[in-house]
Design a protein around this ligand. Structure first.
Ligand code: AMP
Ligand code: ZN
Length: 478
């Protein structure tokens, strides 16, 4: 199957051809672990999870390496550690902050149904690789040492600015550049800087005597190199990372390895806003993944991770997305109706629909893939007998490619935070007892059982299957 992805570098959709189809390699910039992830951070997690699943489908589960880093050295982490644990030595406080935030992040993205990446490297475990790249850059004349800092010299790279399509002059004119005394050129950026007393520090490169710590951009070049090699297939992240972060990653990796490119394709997700406004703490519309899952802060109720995922995928990843209560409610109703159709089918016992795969292969067009799922759901409703079973399995398998409908109906209902947990086996047993009572025409008993189920918020629907045998299905009243 042909895959086509939009490449930020060339600004066009291009046919995807991995460097090595036996090992398709992608890197996505992960979180800086100092606080709960917000729902905007969930967007790249969900979008690139769908890409990972699609690549696994096309090239085979064992033939895709997905690296998403954890940035665990950063000023924001140091500030948070000093604020939250003033009594502890800074390094211990930092460890507490990064461990706690890292495990919160995992719990959140697990709830969103995201597969764990193949590797989740931590910046602090790759300091040696960072130093090695910095030494190469100094040796190649692309970096210089000044006042215990190492700076990348943007003037040494003719292609600098190609990803974000800016010339150096435009950058200087447009940016509020920090004209630090150790910079030879205003746009030069930090590869390494001295640590302040008490801060995490490591032996420095470039013959600098005092200990220091890495800049943000060099972390990703080092982790991508270690786990994916000098060049790889896809590099992803949010659109805000194009400049300066990704531009600087390219400068570092290409100059260190004498390569003309770092990744074959650069993919960036658009930004998320909330009910038409930029999400910000000052506007009071800032919402974390955890608050959506566990509290009624957004739209007055809790939402399951799968509803959040579907709501995120309704918009094409490159478009801005407006996060609204209406979209969440609609996604919830859609999932309710699809789970009613697929019931307790436990696995993808069919091939995914070709239309769904084509939509995803066309620059990850999840909006059109979801429209196709609605069409399949309509076919399930109209179908009968074996045909209906086949369509129901197709619906499930096609949704699972996007990480949707992977639970059973009973699990989905149990995971809905608004509904009292019901014991599906107990419900089935009561339905069987009621069917037996009805077969004996014991209407009093059958009504009693129906009332008992109603008290558990279980609604029964009596019907007949293709051969005319009575069948009873059930759902939870909402
Ligand atoms: P950060 O922790 O801010 O570096 O962000 C982690 C990831 O989330 C990056 O890929 C960002 O581009 C992405 N991101 C941050 N805010 C938003 C947003 N409002 N909408 C979409 N993506 C975002
Ligand atoms: Zn990065």
């Amino acid at each position: 199957m042909e895959l086509r992805f939009h490449d930020t570098m060339t600004k066009e959709k291009r046919r995807f051809q991995p460097l090595d189809p036996e090992n398709v390699r992608m890197y996505v910039c992960g979180p800086t672990v100092y606080d709960f992830a917000h729902i905007g951070n969930a967007r790249p997690v969900i979008v690139f999870d769908v890409l990972f699943r699609l690549l696994r489908h096309v090239y085979g589960d064992g033939h895709v390496t997905y690296v998403r880093n954890i940035t665990d050295v950063d000023d924001k982490i140091n500030d948070r550690a000093a604020r939250d644990y003033p009594a502890l030595p800074l390094n211990e406080a930092i460890r507490k902050v990064t461990e706690l935030t890292g495990s919160q992040f995992h719990a959140d993205v697990d709830a969103l149904g995201a597969l764990r990446p193949t590797v989740e490297p931590r910046a602090t475990e790759h300091i040696a690789e960072m130093r090695e790249i910095i030494e190469k850059l100094i040796a190649n004349g692309n970096a210089y040492v000044e006042q215990d800092h190492v700076l990348f010299s943007v003037g040494s790279m003719p292609d600098y600015g190609k990803l974000s399509r800016r010339s150096l002059d435009e950058m200087i004119a447009g940016a509020r550049v920090d004209v630090a005394p150790y910079k030879r050129d205003a746009m030069d950026f930090v590869l390494w800087k001295p640590s302040k007393a008490g801060e995490p520090s490591w032996p420095s490169p470039g013959g600098i005597e005092v200990e220091g710590r890495p800049g943000w951009h060099i972390e990703c070049s080092a982790m991508a190199w270690k786990h994916l090699g000098e060049q790889f297939d896809i590099h992803g992240g949010g659109i805000d990372l194009v400049f300066p972060h990704h531009e600087n990653e390219i400068a570092q990796s290409c100059c260190a390895f004498h390569a003309n490119r770092m990744a074959q394709v650069w993919m960036h997700n658009g930004f998320l806003q909330v009910e038409g406004d930029k999400m910000s703490k000052s506007l009071g519309n800032f919402v974390t993944i955890r608050e959506l899952l566990d509290t009624d802060k957004f739209a007055g109720r809790k939402w399951s991770g799968e509803v959040l995922r579907l709501a995120m995928l309704r918009t094409h990843y490159r478009q801005p997305i407006d996060w609204t209560a209406a979209a969440l409610e609609e996604s919830r109703k859609t999932l309710d109706s699809w789970y009613d159709l697929v019931g307790d089918e436990t696995k993808a016992a069919a091939a995914p629909d070709a239309g769904v795969l084509d939509a995803l292969g066309d620059d990850l067009n999840t909006a059109s893939a979801i429209a196709r799922l609605h069409a399949i759901a309509a076919e399930v409703r109209a179908g009968t007998g074996d045909d209906q079973v086949r369509l129901r399995r197709k619906l499930k398998a096609s949704a699972m490619i996007m990480g949707l409908l992977s639970a059973t109906k009973a699990e989905y209902i149990a995971a809905d935070p608004q509904v009292v947990a019901v014991d599906a086996a107990a419900v089935e047993a009561l339905i069987a007892a009621r069917a037996a009572a009805r077969a004996e025409k014991n209407w009093k008993e059958s009504d009693r059982i129906r009332d008992q189920l109603a008290a558990m918020k279980v609604v029964l629907k009596d019907g007949k299957d293709a051969s005319g045998t009575p069948v009873t299905t059930w759902e939870i009243a909402r």
